[in-house]
Design a protein around this ligand. Sequence first.
Ligand code: FE2
Length: 297
Amino acid sequence: MTTTRTIERIFPAVRTTEGAGFIVHRPFPTRTLMDFDPFLLLDEMGPIDYAPGAAKGAPDHPHRGFETVTYMLEGRFAHKDSAGHSGSLGPGDVQWMTAGAGVIHSEMPDPEFARTGGRIHGLQLWVNLPARDKMIAPRYQELPTASIPVGRSADGKVSVKVIAGEALGVKAAIETRTPILYQHFTIAPGGRVEQPVPAAWRVFAYGLSGAGYYGRDGERGGERVEAQQMVAFANNGDSVVLAAPDDAAEPLEVLLIGGVPLHEPVVRYGPFVMNTEQEIREAVADYQSGRMGRIAH
Ligand code: FE2
């Protein structure tokens, strides 16, 4: 017998600019929601249409103490880092970067994409690392879209790309430091899915397009929420329900993200997220003295 979670609160995404000036929708961190343990940030980049030569990115910058997960929907980004990794992320591709003790990287529009212009749409999620893992060696997991498993409901109305965790009988290929789920559901009008989630996990949904019904109260057993809103579920059950209205003009595209809360102090300073002020001072000193390396351009 499962109990469906209710909605704890809905947080609208704030529109802001990041890096060298790209537009993001950000449900957190904001003034009303600093983090969502174990998650530190979610940015929806764009969607934005760039003229030829106008695309923006984030030039060389460091990270320490957490993981960045980049999921491209449209457009193409090139990345490069101080450990000698480089590559390109296109539509549907995922890069799960464990910054650990420190890495310097750049996230820029792919040169060919920048030249021709086009639409950029993607997501970046920051996953905190537990104190014991903050200084581990950096690691990359890159998943081209073709190797991300897809689950489907029996009635054909729901499909899910399983980036982390398990959904509709399909298991992700990514390895995470603490148990995480990260799933991209596409739900046709009238479709509905009930996703099991362990009772202690913090879980939220973020709508990319289309309206959805979430939780167990209200119309169709859920509350109607539009896109670019974050739905934080209460910790009062072991499943969440996501559904698309019967009369919807388009499918619901929604991310379901959750994990085990760390319950540790969070001290953030820009691209560094540690447990104490002293550790932040060390991170800044290590970065300034070049101990996080540099990118060979
Ligand atoms: Fe970054």
